[in-house]
Design a protein around this ligand. Sequence first.
Ligand SMILES: C[S@@+](CC[C@H](N)C(=O)[O-])C[C@H]1O[C@@H](n2cnc3c(N)ncnc32)[C@H](O)[C@@H]1O
Length: 512
Amino acid sequence: MSWSDGYFTDLEYTYGYYKDLNPSALRFACLAAGVEPPPTENLTYLELGFGQGVSINIHAAASGGEFWGTDFNPTQASHAASLHKASSANVHLFDESFEEFAARDDLPQFNVIALHGIWSWISERNRGFITQIIRKNLRIGGIVYLSYNCLPGWAASMPIRHLMKIHTEYAGSDIAGPAGKIDAAVNFAQKVADSGAFYFSNNPSLANYMKRINEHGRNYLAHEYFNLDWSILNFSDVVADLERAKVAFVTSAQLMDHMDEYHMGPDAQTLLSEIGHPILKESVRDYVVNQQFRRDIFAKGPRRLSGMELRETWLKERFTLVNLPNKISLTTQGPLGELTLHEEIYRPIIDILATDGFAPKSVREIMAHPNLAALDIGKLIGAILVLVGFGNVQLAQQPTETTRRQCRKLNRHLCQRALTGSEISSLVSPILGGGITVPPEHQMIMLAILDGQKTPVDQAKYLNAIFEGAGSLSKNGKPLAVGEATRNEFKSISENFSKEGGQDLLTALEII
Ligand SMILES: C[S@@+](CC[C@H](N)C(=O)[O-])C[C@H]1O[C@@H](n2cnc3c(N)ncnc32)[C@H](O)[C@@H]1O
């Protein structure tokens, strides 16, 4: 068997950033579950199967601590190394397989071991190596973040993967390259669906599923469906597997999973409240919400915090907005239909967080505000959890000179890459300890700002000059001529970016 061990390597993986892997996000999820999180000082963090290395490099630059990671794809490991070179953060990157990495004898004890998008797509044997790594190298009190495809959400659509896979095996041709092979398999599955096959007509939800498959990029589809291994797992089986690594289930890292009233009606809530065993309860919950993908946190010796310890810890935690107040809608579409959050609770919290130029505020400070005097700490934390879960607020940390410097260097590199059509649409904040979405056109404006261009006119001139030297800019897939059109385009992007408050927010997050 080649180094790829059945894993699809003909197309590279995508360049996504995953904020669930941010040590601060993991800390928040542990606290929300009432469990002691790993310490933030001297963090040691391992990411297994880091893909293009976007998340590991962003977290290493922003959180400080010591980061280790491996991904056996040498092209991806080399991309990850280029990001490391830009930030000079404390990261040790390898292109070793899980088997090779498990055999190392120079690994430290880790506070966090994270693996996103790995567990379902590798063999049982490789899952065994990961279990060995966790067993041997996770510190007592350390946590594991693990995401995987699960049942029952996949039950109806699993046969579609089989259909596409056997098409590549029996009818696929290499002539059109790996992307062509995937296209042919997707088209074939669609053809079967369109033929009136009862499997599709008897499962009406599959029409939507086929639509989503058709919309995905081929690089994503390759890694999701075309590996030799593809295991759709039951939560309770994953818990049993992880027991061999001496870690126990703590909580879901998907924060909205903590809010049952968002996902299910009163009967299901009562049913769950009557189940005492945590693993059975979580399993039944997967049936109630038809769970398809889980992001779980496990811990080696999880310690439940007492009411007093938890309260004291929460009071000190600081939070920051990651979305502009006028962009935060209190009405959202949930699984049960439209949900409107209580204006009188949520709006004051958002307004308080927006004061002093969006400076982070502790729970103690938020609680002390006269507008929230009537709210007890439990309700306030519940509201913050919803704001964090919807991506409007995040835990804030105290940056150090090192994290500031590393973030500045990595951001400059990413903004420079935006000029040549980089696929990375995140920048890194030393306040967040992680990344935030910043579209490439704003990254380019930021590059002009970093290079001392203060006004939209100067920024536009500066960027136009770069494009005049190197080629042209495109908008909605159409090329824009350099010169006046490009200058106007950049000037208007910069004006809107500033007018809408985007620059102020990025300044507060110490990204600019
Ligand atoms: C679906 S991708 C997820 C990448 C990354 N965690 C992310 O979410 O962006 C799975 C990654 O695992 C890596 N991988 C698969 N099997 C591996 C093995 N046996 N040893 C090391 N890396 C492996 C692949 O190269 C790929 O980059």
